[in-house]
Design a protein around this ligand. Structure first.
Ligand SMILES: [Zn+2]
Length: 97
């Protein structure tokens, strides 16, 4: 676990709660991530500050429900010591209807 980076401002909560989601070797507090429900697996999740991008299907899946978790901070930016805010686009959401 020593190789894991911890997202900014998440460390105290992770120590208190003992639960974290890991996205690309960066640990996020389970209470600070966004739960995406019923998102299309191909939907883009991207950073506003850099070129980091992934898809919903590659994000961690909590075992409690059908959601996936979206980190609030971009893992690539965390690795560079920067702050990058993650956004998502509900692409093809109308196919779900
Ligand atoms: Zn970024």
């Amino acid at each position: 676990m020593s190789s894991l980076l911890i997202a900014p401002q998440h460390e105290r909560n992770i120590r208190e709660h003992g639960v974290a989601y890991v996205v690309e070797s960066v640990a996020y507090d389970s209470m600070k991530v966004t739960h995406l429900c019923n998102y299309h697996p191909d939907s883009r999740v991207y950073c506003k500050n850099c070129d980091w991008e992934t898809t919903v299907s590659k994000l961690p899946h909590p075992d409690t429900d059908n959601s996936v978790v979206q980190p609030d901070m971009c893992p690539d930016c965390v690795k560079r010591g920067e702050l990058g805010f993650v956004r998502s686009t509900p692409k093809a959401a109308k196919e779900e209807v």
